[in-house]
Ligand binder design. Sequence first.
Ligand SMILES: Nc1ncnc2c1ncn2[C@@H]1O[C@H](COP(=O)(O)OP(=O)(O)O)[C@@H](O)[C@H]1O
Ligand SMILES: Nc1ccn([C@@H]2O[C@H](COP(=O)(O)O)[C@@H](O)[C@H]2O)c(=O)n1
Length: 207
Amino acid sequence: MNYSKTPLVVAIAGGSGSGKTTVANVVLQRVGPQRISFLPHDAYYRELTGLPPAQRALVNFDHPDSLETELLIDHIQQLKNWQAVDLPVYNFTTHSRTGETVRVEPKRVILVEGILIFAEPKLRELFDIKIFVDTDSDIRFIRRLQRDIAERGRTTESVVQQYLTTVRPMHLEFVEPSKRYADVIIPEGGLNAVALDMVIARIESLL
Ligand SMILES: Nc1ncnc2c1ncn2[C@@H]1O[C@H](COP(=O)(O)OP(=O)(O)O)[C@@H](O)[C@H]1O
Ligand SMILES: Nc1ccn([C@@H]2O[C@H](COP(=O)(O)O)[C@@H](O)[C@H]2O)c(=O)n1
């Protein structure tokens, strides 16, 4: 490892269900997981220890205050200084951290992903390459409905209710306006071979 160079920070933002994780996985596979420290912003959702389980589901998880972004900023700075960090493990079914952590070792590339990562100036200024995955809201909603029922322990009613009360309004207030900060906007996310080739080529040229 060449410790004299500062790691490159690549950030992938976009609405819920836009394909951010899919794009992140393509970058991981093509650049190589051995060269990437991956930090999903989702892992930094705050603990809701004071709230009974039924009320946790009603929290606005799409507002910037719901995430411990200051910890993510600390972790990016530690990785940039070639120090390992302990990533919290989050459980979307119980809306809480499991208490476990996963050790993330410093690598040449730090890959950060999340809906709100371009909405916070202090976070934004740490990024060298900013990618926004842009997908129509009807497609994103259908994907989210399927995923949240299959993987996050939700019902159709709860997904629809959450989408109308918090996901959609916060997307319009915070996520969509943050698109202006992107260096690259990728329509159709993980299946956009041309855009992904260009992003990978740029990362390789900077490494
Ligand atoms: N371009 C695409 N075409 C079809 N399905 C896709 C595409 N990109 C992502 N998906 C699917 O949509 C769902 C949400 O994608 P994901 O990458 O997890 O989105 P995000 O991380 O932005 O919430 C997943 O089931 C994924 O397989
Ligand atoms: N306890 C939680 C925490 C977050 N969410 C939702 O996750 C979405 C972000 O994740 P994506 O993978 O879809 O980008 C966000 O829109 C939150 O509403 C949740 O439902 N429950």
